[in-house]
Design a protein around this ligand. Structure first.
Ligand code: NAD
Ligand code: TYD
Length: 391
């Protein structure tokens, strides 16, 4: 095993995205000599501004470099992996709804891209015993709880069968299975993390929490899918990044580690809490046509990661407050993220849903009173229809 210590050289792929950029900011801010190269394609979800705090700090900037490129391009990947003590792969297309609209890019990055990275790591692993480099590189594949599929009851453990149900989750499962196969077949030093639904600053506004926060700040409708009773286990981004680093340094080769969140909540409760914090009314919510194949619940057992010595630090109420404060203070960031192809995507995903929802899902005045409360309004029945018809 060759887990990287302080002052190591890390290649962070997808490091301009939401979780990857948090990882880069947090690791460089420790000032322990670690050097980081980010390789990122800068898709619609990648943003160099997410790394601005690093580039504005001369000590951190001296230990940081950025390469724009594709993990599926062996010409770019080969020389970067040759320089690295470890590779942490955050790069992916990450939004389930977009994977339903068109899975192509999900497979290219999630399967072909992971394959290209693994081939480069394999070459470097083979060079190490001959003295071609100081140690074999470690490869950490960032995966997701969505590979388990929908979990009706109980908590997924690392040995459970994988049953992905969206093209996004299937591509993530394929990527991590390929990584594991390179450990078994070629002896690569591979570790895998499966993280829960993550939220926090710099989160792209296509996802539930930042979409609803930014829409609510503009007093726009909040499109809640189906009955809004789907359950997610929410993980603050700094906790997710910290857990990944913990596994990188201490995880055992060939092992998978669940990274659960700190709060198992139905979407309705998440929305009620964020509206309360924003001081906005529940009447902004529209119950819209559900996502096809929508997973009802994700929930993971975190005992294996805990036994490695990791615990989350941030409670959901604190993380949500910090996230909302960040979005309030960084309007230019999220308005830029909601530009370019955003309107075309938003129309495709929501225009039809919102048009048909408006006719049926007016929320009663009683529900609006819930804006100041934590609870979901009781007078909105499952399915989104008001329990009583308003005159
Ligand atoms: P994100 O969409 O914010 O960031 C993805 C980054 O990868 C972007 O910077 C993008 O430009 C880059 N990228 C995409 N394709 C690339 C390619 N071919 N080559 C190089 N770079 C490429 O995603 P995120 O939310 O930060 O997620 C990061 C990782 O964590 C993903 O692998 C995701 O599957 C996983 N994950 C996310 C969550 C979550 O709730 N967000 C939960 C568990 C696991
Ligand atoms: P999302 O943030 O897309 O994460 P994931 O699909 O990976 O869990 O969605 C979180 C939950 O919120 C999920 O149950 C789908 C739901 N959701 C909505 O109800 N409306 C929306 O507009 C979005 C984006 C998500």
């Amino acid at each position: 095993m060759s887990a990287p210590g302080p002052a190591s050289r890390l290649l962070i792929t997808g490091g301009a995205g939401f979780i990857g950029s948090c990882y880069v900011r947090d690791v460089l801010a420790r000032r322990d000599g670690t050097r980081i190269t980010v390789l990122d394609k800068l898709t619609y979800a990648g943003n160099r501004a997410n790394l601005a705090p690093v580039e504005a700090d001369s000590e951190q900037a001296a230990r940081f470099s950025f390469v724009r490129g594709d993990i599926a391009d062996p010409e770019v990947v080969g020389p970067l992996v040759a320089e690295a003590d470890a590779v942490v792969n955050f790069a992916a297309e990450s939004h389930v709804d977009r994977s339903i609209l068109d899975p192509t890019a999900f497979l290219r990055t999630g399967v072909d891209g992971v394959h290209v990275l693994l081939e480069a790591v394999r070459r470097e692993t083979e060079r190490a015993p001959a003295g071609g480099r100081r140690a074999e590189p470690r490869f950490l594949q960032v995966s997701t709880d969505e590979v388990y599929g929908s979990v009706a009851a109980g908590f997924s453990r690392e040995g459970d069968p994988l049953a992905p149900r969206s093209p996004y989750a299937a591509a993530k499962a394929a990527g991590e299975l390929l990584a594991r196969s390179y450990h078994v077949t070629y002896g690569l030093d591979v570790v895998i993390t499966r993280g829960a639904n993550t939220y926090g600053p710099y989160h792209h506004p296509e996802k539930l929490i930042p979409l609803f926060v930014t829409n609510a700040l503009d007093d726009r409708a909040l499109p809640l899918y189906g009955d809004g009773m789907q359950v997610r286990d929410w993980l603050y981004v700094a906790d997710h990044a910290g857990a990944i680093d913990h596994v990188l340094r201490r995880g055992n080769a060939g092992e998978v580690y669940n990274v659960p969140g700190a709060a198992e909540l139905p979407n309705r409760d998440v929305v009620a809490q964020l509206l309360a914090r924003l001081g906005k009314p529940w009447s902004l919510v529209r119950f819209v046509e559900d996502r096809p194949g929508h997973d009802r619940r994700y929930a993971m057992d975190g005992a294996k990661l805990a036994s490695l010595g990791w615990t989350n630090q941030v409670a959901f109420a604190d993380g949500l407050a910090a996230t909302i404060d960040w979005f309030r203070a960084n309007e230019a960031w999220w308005r830029a993220a909601r530009s370019g192809e955003w309107d075309a995507y938003y129309d495709r995903q929501y225009a039809g849903r919102l048009a048909s929802a408006d006719a049926v899902a007016e929320v009663s005045p009683g529900a609006q009173a819930a804006a100041g409360a934590e609870a979901v309004p009781a007078d909105v029945a499952p399915g989104g229809q008001p329990a009583e018809t308003e005159a």
